[in-house]
Design a protein around this ligand. Structure first.
Ligand code: SAH
Length: 353
């Protein structure tokens, strides 16, 4: 049987150098290959014109340069693009490209499904299938870049798609290194954000390993409410989570913790909830992202009224916090926060590729 081909995107540039050396290829070819694949976004070795023809043929024969194939692309009326990509085993992986002014943010997934079962999240309702490989995380960036329109450039990457990044930490770290590497995607450290529901023992490792922004999905300021919304809270309650965050040396006013707070009607949207949240976060450099709940069929929860949303955010601003309200993007194609569940749409709004 023919040996399985090596997956280029599973390798850091350093490990690619070592691999090449073992195969009798000059190690510096690793940077050259990364320049084509990540820098210029050209995956096919046949087009790597500054490589000798024999080497191009060898790459094409021995290596794979994509881990994901297109399954479905959906474009929202607001410019958001959701990609559904198929892994070699048939697993479906979703990513969302979100243009916002000069910035274009890509939201990527780290697992197929998610084991955390947060009560308001559609991905949680799917259950967990498996972790994504490094190449499957990185290839979401390569593939989704193919959807950029002329003049548009990818500026930010957020690990906020399907799955819990800190439960797939080794692959998340390797992928983030490729995003930040000057010969990789060369994104600036403030341009990459990893979000966690609060896997406390892994947070310090993440920040000690890669200079990314940390986002924490908080959603509640009491254990009673958070236990219901984020079952992981029963293992790592608020005191443990906040204690860990307060002890991080990398957290400063210039590098605050981003807190996501999904506002849910009648659950965590009372004036008292805003005051408790303020007390919980007091003194920790932070930015608060309030996300009105995106409704979907797997959850009984509903968004708050516009008046309640404005009051909640306003209360926290008055209490001295930096608050942004994250408006739902791509809700018409199930691409908004918490809606990623592998759903397709009618062919009228979707293009199969
Ligand atoms: N598991 C990680 C990464 C996913 S990030 C984490 O929890 O941080 C996805 C974000 O969308 C999380 O903040 C999540 O809580 C939020 N979210 C999930 N379902 C949502 C919904 N229905 N409406 C709004 N936000 C939601």
């Amino acid at each position: 049987m023919r040996e399985a081909r090596l997956q280029l995107q599973d390798h850091s540039i350093e490990s690619l150098r070592a691999r090449f050396a073992e195969q009798g290829i000059e190690p510096w070819r690793a940077e050259q290959v990364a320049g084509w694949l990540y820098g210029r976004g050209i995956g096919d070795p046949a087009q790597w014109s500054d490589l000798p023809a024999a080497l191009r043929e060898r790459f094409a024969a021995e290596w794979e340069w994509h881990a994901l194939d297109w399954d479905l692309v959906q474009r929202s009326a607001d410019g958001t693009v959701k990609g559904r990509l198929r892994a070699r085993d048939g697993a479906l992986v979703e990513s969302v490209l979100i243009p916002e002014g000069a910035r274009t943010t890509l939201c990527i997934s780290t697992q197929v499904g998610c084991p955390l079962a947060c009560s308001f999240c559609a991905t949680g309702a799917l259950g967990f299938t498996r972790n994504l490989t490094v190449a499957e995380i990185v290839d979401q960036v390569c593939r989704m870049r193919e959807q950029l329109v002329p003049g548009q450039r990818l500026t930010n990457v957020v690990y906020m798609g399907m799955g819990e990044p800190l439960l797939n930490l080794p692959a998340v770290l390797e992928s983030a290194r490729l995003l930040l590497h000057p010969k990789g995607f060369a994104l600036g450290p403030r341009k990459v954000t990893v979000s966690t529901a609060g896997v406390v023992p892994k947070i310090a490792t993440l920040l000690a390993s890669v200079p990314v922004n940390l986002a924490v999905s908080l959603h509640a300021a009491t254990d009673a409410v958070r236990d219901e919304l984020v079952p992981l809270n029963r293992r790592f309650p608020l005191a443990a989570l906040m204690g860990a965050l307060r002890s991080l040396e990398t957290v400063t006013a210039r590098r605050p913790v981003f807190f996501e707070y999904t506002l849910i009607q009648g659950v965590n949207d009372a004036p008292e909830d805003a005051r408790r949240l303020a007390r919980l976060l007091r003194g920790l450099p932070s930015k608060l992202n309030v996300i009105p709940m995106n409704a979907h069929e797997d959850s009984p929860h509903r968004p708050p009224s516009e008046a309640v949303l404005t009051r909640f955010a306003g209360d926290l601003v008055r209490l001295g916090f930096t608050v942004t309200v994250r408006r739902p993007r791509g809700a018409d194609i199930d691409a908004a926060c918490g809606q990623l569940a592998g759903r397709g749409a009618q062919p009228a709004v979707a293009s199969r590729v």
